[in-house]
Design a protein around this ligand. Structure first.
Ligand code: ASP
Length: 297
């Protein structure tokens, strides 16, 4: 989508679309948060704060496979992953396989701001959340309401989680020219206990530097092996590719490996690319002062 240099915000609610599922509410919600985001962009909100606010809203909505809408793994536990990155200073925070944390992306931000580390996992990350007073889920059975029903899935779909992605993510270029990206997920459906995908891995699902910000969604194992988010940045930095071409090539590599999914990316000139090789991808974008555009296919 065309360059303008105007601050811009893009979000996704996951790649993969089931023909029998109605995504109207999930898409409408993207439009709502983008409208709010457009005002915040215009008011000069920093890119990192904005992407966290967008992702946190999607986590809380229960409409996507992240936060409240996440599905339990095969052991019956909801385990969540999230990461974020700020481009101008390459600061990053991430959490993996955390349980009963209301907003994994907020916890990732706390890791970035309040720890000497980039990633915390499992019980240690949960203790860190408690020490920071971040909200926890006290009754998981009542809180989690899976956005995608895994019970009807069988065979290969059940084991691969291939078609029902609902990870959420956001990328932004703010008025000061800073870029940021954030991604959060409940992971693939029917995942094994302890499985960690691409979402909390900087360079796989999330990347931001002073050139580009990227958030990916799809079959995480392939995005890890493709270093997909960083691949976009590397193509732009080392091969001089433009955003559209670099983003498409990164998804092409994921596809060559046998995986499906998509990504959203914004560069420092305000160009936006949102390629995917899955059946669809819930996604949208808005420029400061503009109207949101939301698409599914
Ligand atoms: N990438 C996520 C994962 O593998 C899933 C998704 O995007 O829906 O955990």
């Amino acid at each position: 989508m065309s360059s303008s240099g105007i601050p811009v915000l893009a979000v996704h609610g996951g790649a993969g679309v089931r023909p029998d599922h109605d995504y109207a509410e999930a898409c409408a919600f993207l439009g709502e948060i983008l409208s709010r985001g457009a005002s915040a962009l215009g008011e000069g909100r920093p890119a990192l704060d904005l992407v966290v606010e967008m992702v946190e809203a999607m986590e809380a909505s229960g409409l996507y496979v992240a936060g409240k809408g996440s599905s339990p793994n095969r052991a019956g536990e909801v385990e969540l992953d999230a990461s974020l990155m700020s481009g101008h200073d390459r600061q990053s925070g991430a959490v993996a396989a955390v349980r009963n944390v209301v907003s994994p992306v907020r916890l990732a931000l706390a890791v970035l701001r309040e720890s000497p580390h980039v990633m915390l996992a499992g019980a240690g990350a949960e203790a860190f959340a408690d020490a920071r007073g971040l909200p926890r889920v006290t009754d998981p059975g009542a809180y989690y309401a899976p956005a995608v029903d895994a019970t009807g899935l069988a065979g290969a779909r059940a084991s691969a989680g291939a078609l029902d992605h609902g990870t959420v993510g956001a990328v932004a270029l703010d008025v000061a020219g800073r870029l940021a990206a954030a991604t959060s997920t409940g992971g693939t459906l029917n995942k094994l206990w302890g499985r960690v995908g691409d979402t909390p891995l900087v360079g796989a699902a999330t990347w931001a530097d002073d050139r580009v910000a990227v958030s990916c969604t799809g079959q995480g194992e392939y995005f890890i092996r493709a270093a997909a988010a960083h691949d976009v940045a590397a193509r732009m930095a080392y091969a001089g590719e433009g955003l559209e071409r670099a983003a498409a090539a990164a998804i092409h590599t994921v596809g060559d490996l046998g995986g499906n999914g998509g990504l959203i990316a914004v560069d420092r000139a305000g160009n936006v690319a949102m390629p995917f090789n899955s059946a669809g991808m819930k996604r949208g974008m808005v420029r400061a002062g503009g109207e949101p555009v939301v698409e599914l296919y």
